[in-house]
Design a protein around this ligand. Structure first.
Ligand SMILES: *[C@@H]1O[C@H](CO)[C@@H](O)[C@H](O)[C@H]1NC(C)=O
Ligand SMILES: *[C@@H]1O[C@H](CO)[C@@H](O)[C@H](O)[C@H]1NC(C)=O
Length: 390
């Protein structure tokens, strides 16, 4: 006869015996989806020591502890029934992303970064309604960004940088209402910038073929936007004042485009703005130096190098103590640069940067700031029509 507490122990013993099985019955649909996921990858690129190498379907994917199979690359829900994330290692997998990945309906995170996936982004991805983070960065995906992506309303982080994606950006993009980070850099996207998702903190679409002007309708309601990295595209037109007044803005890089001008209202005294860095180098900006930028209290880095600016370097620029990096080289600036930039032997200039390759007179050739040397007189005379300036 067993004493009651022994019977309890025996009971627990049987319970534990069953535990691994009852707690790790991965849903059959998820198992099927994982099998198709692996089957779409060229087996010759799956090394035994890699994550996918350990995906051995002779045992249950969510079964713990995972010491010999499914060692890495995926995580399951706490009750071990559903796959909630796939984070592949960068092991050089080559293959396509199966449309059946959409059967993993509890997926929150999908990261296939830095492999050799190719083919298009499957339309079916749009049914992963819980997906919060999608990274396909640095693969060889091609074709368009499907406009159905807009149905991924849980998405917070979308990184498709470093692929071969092309065509216009879908104008449904703004529906991604939880998106805070968007990186589409180093692709072949073309066309205009569409209306952007309202909660973005960071947008990077560097080195694509986007064109047209930067218009207010794209940025309406983006009050939290901090970082704009749109360099190396083909944007044209005049960058207008509203852009600099986006309230969250800290860093702007629009270098290497074809902007023809900047228009900035002079901010009122006591204007609060966290704008720290502005890079508008390598454009076709005409006119005078936009001194209104000096009204931005935190500005520390300004590049307007290699544009078509004329006129003098104003004294205020030297007086503004916050500026530590100032690149104005490669323009047609004239006159004598403010003496405050050149405090004399043994003392450091208040800024790093360059005033070189302009039409300046009296830029002390011993100062780093004055390198490279100024443009030949003949070029400057042509630009200023032989008139003396400054
Ligand atoms: C802006 O982007 C260009 C290349 O696209 C880069 O060379 C430059 O350093 C960036 N500017 C800043 C201030 O980081
Ligand atoms: C400008 O962007 C183009 C295209 O991305 C690139 O080839 C070129 O090197 C860039 N030039 C500069 C000065 O950054």
């Amino acid at each position: 006869m067993l004493k009651p507490h022994h019977r309890l122990h025996l009971h627990l013993f049987f319970l534990f015996l069953h535990l691994p099985f009852s707690l790790s019955a991965t849903s059959p649909a998820d198992i099927a989806a994982l099998k198709s996921f692996k089957a779409a990858i060229d087996p010759s690129t799956i090394r035994p020591s890699s994550c996918l190498g350990s995906w051995d379907f002779s045992s249950d994917p969510c079964l713990t502890p995972r010491t010999t199979h499914f060692i890495c690359g995926l995580t399951c829900s706490p009750d071990s029934t559903r796959v909630v994330s796939i984070t592949l290692d960068s092991a050089g997998y080559s293959g396509t992303l199966t449309p059946l990945v959409s059967k993993l309906t509890q997926l929150v995170l999908l990261d296939l970064g830095q492999n050799s996936f190719h083919g298009t982004i499957p339309l079916s991805l749009s049914s992963l309604s819980l997906l919060q983070s999608l990274s396909l960065r640095y693969n060889s995906f091609s074709g368009p960004l499907p406009s159905s992506i807009a149905t991924l309303t849980s998405l917070q982080d979308l990184d498709l940088s470093g692929n071969l994606l092309s065509g216009p950006l879908p104008n449904t993009l703004f529906s991604l209402s939880h998106l805070t980070r968007l990186d589409l850099s180093f692709n072949k996207f073309s066309g205009n910038l569409p209306k952007l998702p309202p909660n973005l903190l960071e947008i990077a679409i560097k080195a694509n073929s986007l064109s047209g002007p930067i218009v207010k309708t794209s940025f309406i309601g983006l009050t939290r936007l901090e970082t704009v990295e749109l360099s190396a595209n083909s944007f044209t037109g005049v960058l207008q004042s509203w852009f600099f007044q986006l309230p969250g803005l800290q860093q702007i890089n629009l270098s290497n485009n074809s902007l023809s001008g900047v228009e900035i209202w002079k901010p009122n005294r006591g204007y609060s703005s966290g704008l720290v860095a502005v890079d508008l180098g390598f454009n076709k900006i005409e006119g005078y130096l936009p001194v209104s930028l000096l009204g931005f209290p935190a500005l520390a880095s300004l590049s307007l190098r290699y544009n078509r600016l004329r006129g003098t370097i104003p004294l205020e620029l030297c007086k503004k103590g916050t500026i530590k990096r100032l690149y104005l080289d490669g323009n047609y600036l004239t006159g004598t640069p403010p003496a405050g930039f050149f405090p004399g032997v043994g003392k450091e200039s208040p800024v790093a940067g360059s005033f070189g390759d302009n039409c300046l007179r009296g830029c002390p050739p011993k100062s780093q700031l004055c390198l490279p040397s100024q443009k030949p007189m003949s070029v400057c005379k042509q630009v200023y029509g032989g008139k003396r300036h400054g």
